[in-house]
Design a protein around this ligand. Structure first.
Ligand code: AMP
Length: 188
């Protein structure tokens, strides 16, 4: 049997679940382009681009940037020759069932698997408070976690129905979680 490594991945999970860390490591390991929408937005905000000026207030307040904007950001990123060649690991998108449906509409092959990092919200909150990014202010953290709690269930359900979901326990050390991800992907 030939096992083909997945080339179109998404990593989901609440803020603080380790999407960025594990996503970067997994992308490196599998040779995929790591596309973090949060990081892309933060770069644009820092560079004061048109996208950065539009997205800035949403990011600062822990609100979701409108879907049409995010879809354009992702479509543009996927169009890069390097990304087309290597494949990608999406981190931070899709974040809602609506984004996932729009992204997969007419392109079911855009995702081979969706890794869901499962972490209790009190542990996520603890990790976010310890991290100290600009939008990791306690009130904004609570808002982001509450927003995620509302968006996550329909998103995960859609990914599960599409046969893409790979659930991974995100408690423990970075190495432990990474080993679980590789193991879970290998079982698919
Ligand atoms: P992250 O780095 O994934 O935690 O994202 C940081 C912030 O960027 C979020 O709180 C949102 O304001 C914005 N953001 C990132 N990805 C998305 C997305 N797919 N849809 C809407 N907003 C997003």
């Amino acid at each position: 049997m030939t096992v083909t490594a997945p080339r179109h991945l998404v990593i989901v999970g609440r803020p603080g679940s380790g999407k960025g860390t594990q996503g970067a490591r997994l992308a490196r390991d599998l040779g995929l382009a790591h596309l973090s929408t949060g990081a892309a937005l933060r770069r644009n905000i820092e560079m004061d681009t048109e996208l950065g000026r539009l997205a800035g207030p949403y990011v600062a307040g822990g609100e979701l940037v409108p879907d049409d904007v995010m879809l354009r950001v992702v479509e543009h990123a996927l169009d890069a020759p390097e990304v087309r060649e290597r494949g990608y690991l999406l981190d931070g998108f899709p974040r809602t069932a609506e984004q996932a449906a729009a992204f997969l509409e007419g392109h079911p092959d855009r995702l081979d698997a969706a890794i869901d990092l499962d972490l209790p919200s009190d542990e996520a909150r603890r990790r976010l408070l310890a991290r100290g990014r600009d939008d990791d202010d306690p009130a904004v953290i609570d808002h982001r976690l509450a927003l995620d709690a509302a968006e996550a269930a329909p998103l995960v359900e859609l990914l599960d129905r599409a046969g893409l979901l790979v659930r991974v326990d995100a408690c423990g050390t970075e190495d432990e979680v990474f080993a679980r991800i590789l193991e879970a992907l290998g079982r698919r």
